[in-house]
Design a protein around this ligand. Structure first.
Ligand code: ATP
Ligand code: MG
Length: 579
C-alpha cells in the first residue's frame, strides 16, 4: 500500500540542525542523559525577534529532548538594568508559548562567584590589577602584537586576597582596581590576555541592593552560571566564539565538581545543587532587513519618540510584533523556517510576513471592512430594504461557522474599486459597468454623482435581482468581485495601516554619513476612518481577522473597544515590497 499523507504521523519533521545533531550524538554516546539549556537575557531592554530565535531554540530543544530550560537574567551590570524589563521579558516568553523550569538570576550566584574568585586567587590564577582602563588597553596589544604583562601581575596570593576583600569592602573607588585572570598576555586570542573578572561599581543592584560594590564580568558570570545550573548545552550567538576558550577556562579552573564547597551559598539559599560541566555552542544571530535590532538603536527610537513606545506595532520587539498582530505560532513558524546554522545571513523581511500570512490564513476568520469608503446607492431597492445574508467565517474551515451580514440600499464600497477612466486590465467597477458584490449579487453603476469641485461623492447603481444568491442567474459571469458593508449597519472604526518602519533594506548603513533615523519610512503609519461589518467590532482585543481583499488585521490590544473599534493592519494579503 502506498503511503499517503493521511498515513503520516501527526508530528512535525525532526529538526536536523547541527546543534540538535550534537545533542542526539551526546545522548547516543551517553555523554549526557538529560538535556539542560537556558535562555540568558540581560534585563536592559525589551526582547526582540532575534531573541525569539534564541528562545525557540533553547526552549524548543528542552521540549523535544525531554529536558529542561531555565530562564536566567544576566543581571551583572546594575547600571543598565530595570525591573520593567524583567517583567516584560517573562511576559514575552510565556506569550511565545514557553515556560521555564527555574527562574534564576546571575545575582543569585554572587556569593558563589565571589568564592570562585577567591579560589582562583588562592590558586595563583587571578590577581588584583591597579592599571586604569586606559592603561589596560595599552597593555593589551592588538590582533597583530602581543600584549605586555601588567606590573601588578606578580603580587603574592596574600596581597591579592587582601586587596580583593578590600575591593568588596568598598575601600576603593570605581575603576581603581580590577580582578584579572592570569592567563597569557601573548595569546593570539585577545580575550585570553588576562581578562577582567571583577570590577568595582558603587551602584545598588535591583536584587541585591547595597550588598555588593564589585560585580563579576560577563564571561565569568555566564560560564559559572551555566556550570552552577548544570546546563549541558550553552547556546549563544557567533560573536561569542572567541570567548569560548575563556568560558572553558572559567569552568575548568573553578571546577565545581571537585570543589563543591564553593556551592555552599546555594544550599544556604535553599537552591538545589546541580552543577555540571557545560559546553558552549555558537549559532548565527538573526538579522532581518528593513529593521534594526541592536538594543541601543531600539532604545533610541523610543526615547527620541521616533516610534510610539516599545510596543509600537512597527517595532521588531516582541511587544511590538504582538501588538501588530503577530501570533506566537507565526513567530515559532518563522523561527523554524529561518533555521539554525553557523552561517551569518540576512533574512528578508518577507519571510517574517510570509510566516504570519500562512499562520493567519488557517486561523483568522474572514470579515468585510471598507477602509476608504465611497457610497453606493442601489436605486432599485426600497429605502427600507434590509436583509441578513449568511456568510461562512472561513472558506477552508467549516468549523469556524457562519455569520449574518446586513445588506441594505446604501452601501460603502472601496473608493479604489471604482475608476471613471479605467486603466488597462481593470476588472472592477466603471461607469455603466458591472461588478459582483461579494455574496449579494451583481450591480451596475448607472450614475456618478459629483460635487461642485468635480469630486465623486457617490455612485448610483442597480442590483440585478436574478443574480442574487440562490437565483438562476447567480452564477452569471462578471469580471470582478468587490467587498462592501451596509452603510446603515456598518460601524465606524479607526484603522491603522502599518508598514515597514524603514524604507531601505539596510537601515544600519552609515556609510554616507546617515543614520537609521534618516531611513524611517514616512508611510509606515497611517490612520484612516473606515467601516467594518457589525460582527467584527465585538471581537476581543488581539483577535485577528482577514478583512477580505485588504489584509490581516488585529483588534488593537490596548485601544480597541466594541463601541470604538481600532484595528491594526498586521500584513497585507500579498507581498507588495518585492519587485
Ligand atoms: P544587544 O547586544 O542588542 O544588547 P544581546 O544579544 O546582548 O543584545 P541579551 O539579552 O544578552 O541581548 O541576549 C539574550 C540571548 O539572546 C543571548 O543568548 C543572545 O545570544 C540571544 N540573542 C540576542 N540577539 C539575538 C539575535 N539577533 N539572534 C539570535 N539570538 C540572539
Ligand atoms: Mg548580551
Amino acid at each position: 500500500m502506498s503511503e499517503t499523507s493521511a498515513d503520516l504521523p501527526d508530528t512535525a519533521p525532526e529538526k536536523k540542525d547541527f546543534i540538535r545533531q550534537i545533542i542526539r550524538d551526546d545522548l547516543a554516546q551517553g555523554r549526557h542523559t538529560a538535556i539542560r539549556t537556558r535562555f540568558p537575557p540581560e534585563p536592559n531592554g525589551y526582547l526582540h525577534i532575534g531573541h525569539a530565535k534564541s528562545i525557540c531554540l533553547n526552549f524548543g530543544i528542552a521540549q523535544e529532548f525531554g529536558g529542561i530550560c531555565n530562564l536566567r537574567f544576566d543581571d551583572t551590570n546594575p547600571v543598565k538594568e530595570d525591573p520593567e524589563y524583567v517583567a516584560a521579558i517573562q511576559e514575552d516568553i510565556r506569550w511565545l508559548g514557553f515556560e521555564w523550569n527555574e527562574l534564576r538570576h546571575a545575582s543569585d550566584y554572587f556569593e558563589v562567584y565571589y568564592l570562585a574568585a577567591e579560589k582562583l586567587i588562592a590558586d595563583g590564577k587571578a590577581f588584583v590589577c591597579d592599571l586604569s582602563a586606559e592603561q589596560v588597553r595599552e597593555y593589551r596589544g592588538t590582533l597583530t602584537e602581543p600584549g605586555r604583562d601588567s606590573p601588578w601581575r606578580n603580587r603574592s596570593v596574600e596581597e591579592n586576597l587582601d586587596l580583593f576583600r578590600r575591593m568588596q569592602a568598598g575601600e576603593f573607588p570605581d575603576g581603581a582596581r580590577t580582578l584579572r585572570a592570569k592567563i597569557d598576555m601573548h595569546s593570539g586570542n585577545i580575550n585570553m590576555r588576562d581578562p577582567a573578572l571583577y570590577r568595582i561599581k558603587h551602584v545598588p543592584h535591583q536584587n541585591t541592593g547595597n550588598a555588593w560594590c564589585i560585580y563579576p564580568m560577563y564571561d565569568i558570570a555566564h560560564a559559572l552560571g551555566d556550570a552552577i545550573e548544570g546546563i549541558t548545552h550553552s547556546l549563544c550567538t557567533l560573536e561569542f566564539e572567541d570567548h569560548r576558550p575563556l568560558y572553558d577556562w572559567c569552568v575548568d579552573n573553578v571546577d565545581f565538581t571537585h570543589h563543591p564547597q564553593l556551592l555552599q551559598p546555594l544550599l544556604d539559599k535553599g537552591l538545589p545543587l546541580e552543577a555540571g560541566c557545560p559546553h558552549q555552542y555558537e549559532f548565527s544571530r538573526l538579522n532581518i532587513n528593513y529593521t534594526v535590532m541592536s538594543k541601543r538603536k531600539l532604545i533610541a527610537l523610543v526615547s527620541e519618540e521616533l516610534v510610539d513606545g516599545w510596543n509600537d506595532p512597527r517595532m521588531p520587539t516582541l511587544q511590538g510584533l504582538r501588538r501588530r498582530g503577530y501570533t506566537p505560532s507565526a513567530m515559532r513558524l518563522f523561527s523554524e523556517r529561518v533555521g539554525i546554522s553557523k552561517q551569518n545571513s540576512l533574512i528578508d523581511f518577507s519571510v517574517l510576513e510570509g510566516a504570519l500570512r500562512d499562520d493567519l490564513d488557517t486561523v483568522a476568520q474572514r470579515r468585510m471592512a471598507v477602509i476608504e469608503p465611497l457610497k453606493l446607492v442601489l436605486t432599485n431597492l426600497a429605502d427600507t430594504h434590509e436583509e441578513m445574508l449568511v456568510f461562512s467565517n472561513h472558506p477552508k474551515d467549516p468549523a469556524c461557522g457562519e455569520r449574518q451580514i446586513p445588506f441594505s440600499r446604501e452601501l460603502w464600497i472601496e473608493r479604489e474599486d471604482f475608476a471613471e477612466i479605467p486603466p488597462k486590465g481593470w476588472k472592477r467597477l466603471i461607469p455603466g459597468g458591472e461588478v459582483r458584490l461579494r455574496g449579494a449579487g451583481i450591480i451596475r453603476c448607472d450614475e456618478v454623482v459629483k460635487n461642485e469641485n468635480g469630486e465623486i461623492v457617490e455612485l448610483h447603481g442597480t442590483l440585478d435581482p436574478q443574480s442574487r444568491p440562490g437565483m438562476e442567474g447567480a452564477n452569471r459571469k462578471v469580471k470582478g468581485t468587490i467587498h462592501w458593508v451596509s452603510a446603515k449597519h456598518a460601524i465606524a472604526a479607526e484603522i491603522r495601516l502599518y508598514d515597514r518602519l524603514f524604507s531601505v533594506a539596510n537601515p544600519d548603513d552609515e556609510s554616507s554619513g546617515k543614520t537609521y533615523r534618516d531611513y524611517l519610512n514616512p508611510e509606515s503609519k497611517r490612520s484612516v476612518r473606515g467601516y467594518v461589518e457589525p460582527s467584527a467590532t465585538q471581537a476581543a482585543p488581539e483577535t485577528s481577522f482577514q478583512f477580505e481583499r485588504l489584509g490581516y488585521f488585529v483588534a488593537d490590544r490596548y485601544d480597541h473597544d466594541p463601541a470604538a473599534p481600532v484595528f491594526n493592519r498586521s500584513v497585507t494579503l500579498r507581498d507588495t515590497w518585492s519587485k
